[in-house]
Design a protein around this ligand. Structure first.
Ligand code: CP
Ligand code: NVA
Length: 316
């Protein structure tokens, strides 16, 4: 049965997970189903990647992404090789093309956390093996997929699910819009003026949404987006690489803080999500993130199951 689910996912999957948008709604559905099966019965999948290797190249720090890829690879019989690239950007010591063309002689997949999306794109262009985006400045697909798995578990379905995203129109916001479009959810995004998500990504997500019944709406105030939402999501106001903007952003984003007053505008059974790491007292108050409504650790747990499903599908 496990072989069938993996065989099906492998047969239909795209060549990599470079943006997340290259996956069709049906492929995302298969991936989420596989992740749920792996979560329910991890032993059944213990050796599906026996003898395989995955290179993890990280230009930025990580807790969740690194550990879930390493534990996930190990849980499937594969070995992950962590390449700490935090001291220099990829492409500085040698061209990215050469990194890709060396790695594909030794390992079966690459997961890369980079400053620019172009770095992940270039790795994928030149590597003859699948490349997984482990976060770039534009996308964080592994996180968004884990979040939709979490929401699916909580609400028993994703079609029409009302998700509000409040804060920066960043990598997380982009990937949540894409995943919402793929899964048929209704995402309502509130950002300060000037910090809206990329217009091209909104357009792409809306094109997919038109097929799946999803909706992607943008709002200038958090209250408008959160009203009646079943799930409220926020992320840091200054992403990795934007540290020098943090003080200015803290002022601009202050009205977008997810606090008790804002969360009370959502549906009574609403849940709170955050990809983590979080800054308590900035984008979210302690009483929200540490409340029973918060499902941030369920999200974190599901990073593992999505990492496994992605690796089993692409690195097999
Ligand atoms: N949410 C997430 O990607 O966490 P890390 O930066 O710790 O990997
Ligand atoms: N937007 C955040 C997400 C961290 C998981 C960042 O890029 O730093």
């Amino acid at each position: 049965m496990s072989a069938t689910a993996i065989a099906r996912a492998r047969r239909t999957a795209p060549a990599g997970l470079v943006t997340g948008a290259e996956w069709t709604p049906a492929q995302v559905k298969d991936l989420l189903r596989l992740a749920a099966k792996m979560k329910a019965n991890p032993n059944r999948y213990r050796s599906v990647l026996d003898g395989r290797f995955v290179a993890l190249i990280f230009e930025k720090p990580s807790l969740r992404t690194r550990v879930t890829l390493e534990v996930g690879a190990g849980g499937l019989g594969a070995k992950a090789i962590f390449m700490d690239n935090t001291a220099s950007r990829l492409g500085e010591r040698e061209p990215i093309r050469d990194v890709a063309k060396n790695l594909d002689r030794w390992v079966h997949a690459i997961a890369a956390r980079t400053f620019t999306q172009e770095t992940v794109d270039e790795l994928a262009l030149h590597a003859a093996i699948p490349v997984v985006n482990a976060l770039s400045d534009r996308f964080h697909p592994c996180q968004a997929l884990a979040d939709f798995l979490t929401l699916d578990e909580r609400f028993g379905g994703l079609g029409g699910l009302r998700l509000a995203y409040v804060g920066d129109g960043n990598n997380m916001c982009h990937s949540l819009m894409i995943a919402a479009a793929q899964t048929g959810a209704a995402i309502r995004v509130a950002t300060p003026a000037g910090y809206e998500p990329d217009a091209g990504i909104v357009e792409d997500a809306r094109r997919v949404a038109a097929e799946t019944g999803a909706s992607i709406e943008l709002f200038p105030t958090p209250e408008a987006a959160v009203k009646g939402a079943q799930a409220v999501y926020t992320d840091v106001w200054a992403s990795m690489g934007q540290e020098e903007e943090a003080a200015e952003r803290a002022k601009i984003f202050a009205p977008f803080q997810v606090n008790r007053g804002l969360l009370d505008l959502a549906a009574p059974d609403a849940v709170f999500l955050h990809c983590l790491p979080a800054h308590r007292g900035l984008e979210v108050t302690e009483d929200v993130i540490d409340s029973p409504q918060s499902i941030v650790y369920e999200q974190a747990e599901n990073r593992l199951h999505i990492a496994k499903a992605v690796l089993a599908t692409l690195a097999g």
